[in-house]
Design a protein around this ligand. Structure first.
Ligand code: NAD
Length: 545
């Protein structure tokens, strides 16, 4: 054991001074960040109101950051506020092919030193970044998320503050603890696992809807010693750049993450062309991830290593309601899951199955609650679904159904009843405040469970509402593969880091469970080291004598 420790210390010290200490108390104490309430008069509300006022009408300049330097290209773009198109939230530029290649080289040149830095030092940077977001930078990041991605204060708080802080802190904890996962040693040798990063660079491609996801897609591989090219979403630019700046402020060396806004396909083509591509950390739609995967497959012969492909994609998340369900939970859970953040959460409920015996009561209460929702901002593909509902004989719009893109992008929370459980509205991702409902004969619930399992190719989230324990057990079995995040008597959204690690399989993604302890394993390429402490004095085996 002594030698095993000395080997690790030696490797660590050779590059990073003498701070690295393996301790035998493995656990690092971390708690979920409390979600602030922003009640009238609270200090957090006052701080936020001030920043919102200061940023009103302001445009953040967002350059590319490559090789530690800010770079402006001629391809200028703007991020518009979704609820007021006249407000340019950010001015940014697209990196071209040359600049992306430059970013790859700059990242690669920083790789060795960063990878050899003790994990505790790397973790420290992420703990510091989390502290900054929790404290002095909270209001700014919330305001950028609210203006840029059209979130209410509480939606911004659970995303850009609570979830991002949790990602940084828990991943850092898991990374430090992982070093204690060591193999057994048999005398006269000692065995060690070294958690190296992947060899090459990681491309992180993030979606528009969650500030926290961007931070995690770029941050988690970096924490594990990788160098990263981060391509943020055009419509999350201001918040993504703010997160990047916070990481630098927390001590992240300049070249570890290259910040490269770019046209999506241009970025994808260029990074998959590099022999040094070691991984892609993607969150977004199924077609984009499939496209990237195919590009990697086509170019497989050129890579120095098999690139790791991690993708979290869309869902067609269900609420199944049994006749034994508590209808109050069904109604409130569905309103929250289907309509919060305009239904633009990958886990948002967009299909629901209700027994005919409960439908009159659930319908009445759903419609009553729907009327109380103040329409926020959210649009285009949603309009297509509303038009589909209006023109199909199988579908009835029973609430909502209006869209308006005058000042911002507004879609009314809409409830659509379908007579056909195989209608596209029950099968395809909508990604907007639209929930489709199929009313089934209550004694046919077993058929409905099978229908839920087989009628879409997705497997992200889903919920079962039933008080009857036997039905719950039955549903758990039938729906075992239909959801990576499965809820019993709770809505299909709202996963919390370290409590419900998130991700789905089937076409919803590679199910690597962001926010859980195993996620970081995807960003390491462990090396097994055996060291023998006595000389090998002969080559013959005893039986030969
Ligand atoms: P999107 O696929 O349109 O874009 C995602 C990112 O990919 C963007 O940065 C975009 O510029 C980039 N991109 C586009 N084409 C590319 C290409 N050829 N090569 C490389 N990059 C390319 O998705 P979106 O509209 O930003 O996000 C919404 C989708 O994301 C929904 O389907 C939603 O369900 C999903 N999502 C999933 C999760 C999850 O954890 N499962 C979380 C959030 C969002």
């Amino acid at each position: 054991m002594a030698t095993m420790l000395s080997l690790r210390r030696l490797l660590a010290r050779s590059h990073a001074g003498f701070r690295f200490q393996f301790q035998h108390t493995a656990a690092v104490a971390v708690k979920n960040e409390p979600i602030l309430e922003f009640k009238a008069g609270s200090s957090e509300r006052q701080a936020l109101e001030k920043v919102l006022n200061d940023l009103k009408g302001q445009t953040l300049e967002v350059p590319c950051v490559v090789g530690g330097e800010t770079v402006w290209t001629n391809e200028i773009r703007y991020q518009l506020c979704p609820f007021n198109h006249s407000h340019k939230v950010a001015k940014f530029c697209y990196a071209d092919k040359d600049l992306i290649n430059k970013a790859i080289n700059a990242a690669l040149s920083a790789h060795r030193e960063w990878d050899l830095k003790p994990v505790e030092d790397r973790a420290q940077i992420f703990f510091k970044a989390a502290d900054l977001i929790s404290g002095s930078r909270r209001a700014d990041l919330l305001a950028r998320t609210m203006f840029g991605q059209g979130k209410t204060v509480i939606q911004a708080e659970i995303d850009a503050a609570a979830e991002l802080i949790d990602f940084f802190r828990f991943n850092a904890k898991y990374a430090v603890e992982l070093q204690h996962e060591q193999p057994i040693s048999e005398s006269p040798s000692t065995n060690t696992t070294l958690y190296r990063s992947l060899e090459g660079f990681v491309a992180a491609v993030s979606p528009f809807n969650f500030t926290a996801i961007g931070g995690n897609l770029a941050g988690a591989p970096a924490l594990m010693g990788n160098v990263v090219l981060w391509k943020p979403s055009d419509t999350a630019m201001a918040a993504s750049y703010t997160v990047y700046k916070i990481l630098l402020e927390a001590g992240l060396p300049p070249n570890v993450i290259q910040f490269v806004p770019a046209d999506g396909p241009m970025f994808g083509d260029t990074v998959t062309d590099s022999e040094h591509l070691a991984g892609i950390n993607f969150t977004g739609s199924v077609p984009t991830f499939r496209h990237l995967w195919k590009q990697v497959a086509e170019k497989l012969d050129k890579y120095r290593t098999f690139p790791r492909l991690i993708g979290e994609c869309g869902g067609k998340n269900f609420h199944f309601v049994h006749k034994s369900a508590d209808t109050v939970s069904v109604v409130n859970g569905t309103i929250r899951s289907a309509f919060e953040y305009g239904g633009q959460k990958c886990s948002a409920c967009s299909r629901m199955y209700v027994p005919d015996s409960l439908w009159p009561e659930i319908k009445k209460n759903l419609l009553e609650e729907q009327k109380k929702i103040k329409v926020g901002n959210s649009f285009a593909r949603n309009k297509k679904w509303i038009e589909h509902a209006r023109s199909s004989p199988n579908l009835t719009v029973i609430a909502g159904g209006k869209c308006d893109d005058g000042v911002g992008y507004y879609v009314q929370p809409s409830i659509i009843e379908t007579k056909d459980p195989q209608d596209p509205i029950m099968k395809e991702e909508i990604f907007g405040p639209i929930v489709a409902i199929y009313v089934y004969p209550e004694n046919k619930y077993q058929e409905i469970l099978h229908l839920i399992d087989t009628s879409t190719p997705y497997g992200l989230t889903g919920a079962v509402f039933a008080q009857d324990k036997n039905v719950v057990a039955e549903a758990c079995k039938v729906l075992r593969y239909s959801a990576g995040n499965f809820y019993i008597n709770d809505k299909s959204t709202g996963s919390v880091v370290a409590q419900q690690p998130f991700g789905g399989a089937r076409i919803s993604g590679t199910n690597d469970k962001a926010g859980g302890p195993h996620y970081i394993l995807r960003w390491t390429s462990p090396q097994s080291v055996k060291e023998t402490h006595v000389p090998l004095t002969g080559w013959r085996y005893p039986y030969m004598k």
